[in-house]
Write a protein that binds this ligand. Structure first.
Ligand code: MN
Length: 343
């Protein structure tokens, strides 16, 4: 038996290098909650919750407000029987980002005890992953410059935020394409378009010979019919992001054939529910990508272990730590341009 002895929580503030502007949202800083789990035999595991108010209606204050309850539920529990511990957590704490951090820290503590890493425990499928890097919404000149810089830095996959102005977005994509030929594109409208605008955007780009690898969340999160419509009328694979936070969401999207991809984010699902949604998607031939909120390197580590362990993600969008000012990398991984490898 390895009991959870204590859990410490603390809020950490990070500043974005540039304002993180996506559809209807600009952020200059992120407040994450760090978790330190200590076991009865002296194992310490650190993890991070990066709550998203826009997607899940939670922030560092709401996470901290349930921290004591989470500690109370988990104290004294045996991490060797982590399935029970996760169930207790699920039935008592409804913060997905906190669940992600706590579940990861429990798995990591158990793995430390066993002398393996979490990615090995999850399957050890891939030793390294490739991430994209994001161009946020700005004026055309700045977005094109940023895209060209990301290419120069050595990234092969570009994530481009659109969704506030469809005609401007089409022009931006055409200009970015000219400067970054050879790259793959993930385009994310963050719910910004109507279905009609979303199809218009895709058809215009297609007619200009621009390929998009993933067309992420073009329409409102609740408009599953609209998402399905875009999926069938656009030439590009469509991903659900804001539309999928729970296992029920995933079941519904799959039943309705509304998407080609599901964007897995542990901060909107929790770690163990993310695993369930991944299995559900794989069994139904839905493709997978993995994304992030505003995690620092400590939080990104959690998704890196998931992605390397399972090796099932066609695209990894794990770049938030690259967009934040951080003194040093605490993720115990090596970042070599676009490649992330666990140390
Ligand atoms: Mn997204």
């Amino acid at each position: 038996m390895i009991k959870i002895k204590d859990i410490k929580f603390s809020v950490k503030k990070y500043e974005y290098k540039k304002p993180f502007h996506i559809t209807n949202s600009v952020r200059t800083e992120a407040f994450n909650v760090e978790v330190e789990l200590i076991t009865s035999n002296g194992i310490i595991s650190k993890a991070e919750a990066s709550p998203s108010f826009r997607v899940c209606g939670e922030n560092s204050d709401t996470v901290m407000s349930v921290a004591d309850k989470a500690r109370g539920v988990l104290a004294g529990k045996d991490i060797k029987r982590y399935g029970n511990v996760f169930n207790d957590l699920k039935s008592s704490v409804d913060s997905p980002s906190l669940k992600a951090a706590l579940e990861f820290s429990i798995l990591e503590a158990l793995c430390k005890e066993s002398g393996i890493k979490v990615w090995n425990f999850l399957g050890g499928v891939k030793k390294e992953i490739e991430t994209d890097k994001t161009v946020v919404i700005s004026n055309i000149k700045d977005m094109v410059l940023e895209a060209a810089n990301i290419k120069k830095e050595g990234f092969k996959i570009l994530k481009i935020k659109v969704g506030e102005n469809v005609d401007k977005d089409i022009e931006i994509m055409a200009e970015i394409y000219k400067k970054t030929k050879g790259m793959k594109y993930i385009v994310d409208a963050n719910t910004g378009y109507t279905p009609k605008q979303a199809v218009y955007f895709a058809k215009k780009l297609y007619s200009r010979g621009i390929d998009i690898s993933v067309y992420e969340q073009p329409v409102d999160r609740n408009d599953i019919k609209g998402l399905r419509c875009v999926r069938f009328k656009s030439p590009y694979p469509v991903a659900a992001d804001e539309s999928v936070k729970t296992i029920d969401d995933a079941v519904n999207l799959i039943k309705k054939e509304a998407c080609d991809f599901i964007n897995i984010k542990i901060m909107k699902m929790g770690f163990s529910n993310a695993l369930s949604i991944i299995q559900l998607a794989r069994a139904n031939d839905i493709k997978l990508m993995i994304g992030c909120m505003s995690e620092s390197s400590l939080g990104i580590k959690q998704s890196v272990h998931l992605a390397c362990g399972l090796g099932c993600f066609d695209f990894c969008d794990l770049d938030s730590h690259l967009l934040l000012n951080e003194k040093r990398n605490r993720g115990e991984f090596i970042q070599n341009k676009n490649i992330i490898k666990i140390c």
